[in-house]
Write a protein that binds this ligand. Structure first.
Ligand SMILES: Nc1ncnc2c1ncn2[C@@H]1O[C@H](COP(=O)(O)OP(=O)(O)OP(=O)(O)O)[C@@H](O)[C@H]1O
Length: 327
């Protein structure tokens, strides 16, 4: 073999136009083997279009996509053999039962999975004989996930996987992503649900208006883009320390009250703040840092209002709640 380990996904100069609409404006992206990659962006940013080019459901206007070193357009059959897909929007075969759907996926891939075990894994034990047409949206999403897992794929592509899921379904989806990642599966999933992305991703790419505007770990993005709120408990707290802090680059605000210094600053300025306080004679007893959520990063890169995006009625369940703020 010429190359032992090409990345899971390599996207070079991907452009896609639909008539007058430019959906992708030159995406360059590499997804490493074994990582969980969250593809984040507001509605219409181009997430599904990118995924559709990766699976050869759409042909790029320009650019190239490779999956495990295989050209996604020239050899889409080979690519699909190694990929499990949960599409954004789906058509079930109305007269087929859940088990028949999974059996169909097993047959198409030439795999030998146990359909009932897969249905059990996605929480559909007991529903094997039911006709998929009778399924709720969330149950259909679970069924599609079972089909995506057929054949133990090397790459799982999940387009808006939380759509229609209740909080338990969202949690299950997260657990399955983690389990798959632990087994070495690469997971590429798109979402505008920040909480979902934040909890499971090794790295995140933010897409806005057809361009990749940020690419980093969740922590890296927070550090680079977010505002930090520091509360530093000091004894003593000399006025000089407060003044010096207020004048630091990256600091917006510094207020002292009852031996507590509250500072609003850019993420990277946090360390300078603590140094300056100590250098000016303050005795730092304790501090708390709220380093901001991915919400603020998302908003700063995309200009999108997270609340508007999260509350767009796609049934994100508990995911629509504000993300947990890290240390
Ligand atoms: N078949 C099509 N014909 C015309 N325009 C299209 C087509 N498919 C997508 N687009 C446009 O391309 C842009 C990107 O759409 P895409 O579906 O990739 O966004 P997305 O990030 O997946 O959005 P969402 O979060 O709403 O699913 C949008 O402006 C969309 O209207």
């Amino acid at each position: 073999m010429a190359n032992q380990s090409p990345p899971a996904v390599r996207i070079d100069g991907l452009h896609k136009r639909f008539g007058d609409v430019t959906a992708l404006r030159g995406i360059d992206l590499t997804v490493r083997r074994g990582e969980v990659f969250g593809f984040l962006g507001p509605n219409g940013a181009g997430k599904s279009t990118t995924i559709d080019c990766l699976l050869d459901y759409l042909r790029p206007t320009e650019g190239r996509v490779e999956v495990f070193g295989i050209d996604a357009q020239q050899e889409s059959g080979r690519v699909r053999q190694r990929v499990g897909v949960l599409p954004d929007g789906y058509d079930t075969f109305s007269e087929y039962t859940a088990r028949q759907h999974v059996e169909y996926a097993i047959e198409s891939k030439g795999a030998d999975d146990d359909p009932d075990a897969l249905l059990d894994r996605v929480g559909l034990a007991g529903d094997e004989e039911r006709v998929a047409d009778d399924f709720s949206k969330g149950m259909t999403q679970r069924l599609m996930l079972a089909m995506a897992l057929v054949g133990d794929p090397d790459l799982l592509v999940l387009d808006e996987p939380s759509t229609g899921l209740d909080p338990n379904g969202v949690r299950l989806m997260r657990e399955i992503v983690r389990e798959e990642a632990e087994r070495g599966t690469t997971v590429f999933f798109s979402s505008h649900i920040l909480d979902q992305v934040e909890r499971v991703s090794d790295r995140v790419g933010i897409l806005a208006d057809g361009e990749l505007v940020a690419l980093d770990s969740v922590e890296g993005l927070r550090g680079a883009g977010a505002v930090a709120e520091l509360t530093v408990h000091c004894d003593p707290l000399p006025a000089a320390a407060v003044e010096a802090t207020a004048e630091l680059p990256g600091v917006d605000r510094a207020n002292a009250e009852d031996g507590r210094l509250s500072v609003t600053c850019s993420g990277p300025a946090k360390v300078d703040v603590l140094d300056a306080i100590r250098d000016h004679g303050a005795g730092v007893q304790d501090f708390e840092a709220d380093t901001g959520s991915l919400e603020s990063v998302f908003a700063s890169y995309t200009g999108a209002d997270y609340e508007a995006v999260a509350g767009n009625g796609d049934g994100g369940g508990d995911t629509a709640a504000a993300p947990e703020v890290g240390e």
